[in-house]
Ligand binder design. Sequence first.
Ligand code: KG4
Ligand code: ZN
Length: 347
Amino acid sequence: MMTLGIESSCDECSAAILHDGELLSHEIASQIPIHQKYGGVVPELASRAHILDIIEVLDLAFENAGISHRDIDNVAVTQGPGLIGSLLVGIEAAKAFAYANDKPLIGVHHTEGHLLAPLLSTDERYPAPQLPFMGLVVSGGHTNLIRVNGIGDYTHVGETLDDAAGEALDKIGKALGLSYPGGVAIDKISVGGNATAFDLPRPLKNRNNFDFSFSGLKTAALTQLRKIGELPTGELLADFCASTLEAVVDSLVSKTIRAAIAYQTPSVVVTGGVSANRRLRERFELACREADLMLSIPPLQLCTDNAAMIAQLGALKFLQRKRNENADKIYGFDAFDLAPHPSWRIV
Ligand code: KG4
Ligand code: ZN
C-alpha cells in the first residue's frame, strides 16, 4: 500500500510517501527563519509560507520516491489540532490531490501521529515499542500522557494544566534573548552548565496525579532573571539554561515513569518536538533502565512535526478500515467535506 502523507499544522510544511511501512521519501520545509525575528510562530505568515511551499514539497516527495501520482493508493492529512490557516493549506492540497487522482482521503490527528511515530523507527538504540505503552507527547503545543492500548485505543492519563513544556522553554528562551525556538537554543547552551545553580520549582511533581504544570516554573525563571538584572551570558547563561531544563525534565521524567508503573505498561514512548532534547533523552534512558522499562524515542527527524508520522497513521487507519467498517471516516469523492479541527482532543 502506497500512502501520501501531508502535514501543515504549524510551521513545518511536509510531505512523505510510505510504502508498506517503509518511507520512500520525506520532505520538510521549515519556516524557522521566517518566524525567528518575531520570537514565535506568526499564524498569518505560517499559512502564507505553507501556500508557497506545499507544491514544491509534494513534487520533491514524488521525485525522491521515484513514483508517479498514479502509484498512490490513498492520502492522509493532518486535520488537527493546529493553526486553522496552516491546517487549511495541507487539507486543501490533500483534497485536490485525492480528487484529481480519485484516491481515498483520511484526516488524522496530529498528536496521535506523534504518539505512533516511534513505530517507524529503524534505530537500533530505540527500537519500535511494543503495545501497550505509556506515551508522553511533549511539544510546543502539547504535554500529554496517554496509555496506548492499541492503534486508535487510548486512555487519557495526564496533561499540562497550563503551558506545554516546549512553550515554557520557548518563552524563557525569548526572555533570555535567545534565537527561536527557545527550546532548541536552551538545549545547546545548557551543555556543560550547572543544573543546580538556580533553584527552580517542580510544580505538581509530588502531587498524586499525572498532570503537569509549567507556567509557575516559567514565572519563577523570569523572576530569577529579573533579579540578575541583565541578560546572562557565558557560564551564567549556561547555568541558567541547565537549571531551567533540569526543572522541566524532572517533572516530565518522574511523572511518566510513575504512570508507566501505575498503568502497567512495560514500554515508554517519548515523542513530539521536545523529545529531541539531549538532557531529556539522557534522563529517560537512566530512569527507564532503573525501572526496567523499555524506552522508545523516534529518530530526530520524526520527533518534530513531519508528514512521515501522518502517512503512517493514515496507512494504519486504512488497514483498520479494511477490517472494521466502524473505523474513522475515509473520504472518497466527497473529500470536500473534510474540514480542519483546530482544537481536536485525542482523548
Ligand atoms: O512537535 P513540534 O515540532 O511542534 C509542535 O507540535 O509544537 O515541537 C516544537 C517544540 C518547540 O517548543 C521547540 O522549542 C521544541 O519542540 N524543541 C526542543 C528541541 N527541539 C525542539 N526543545 C528542547 N530541546 C530540543 N532539542
Ligand atoms: Zn507537533
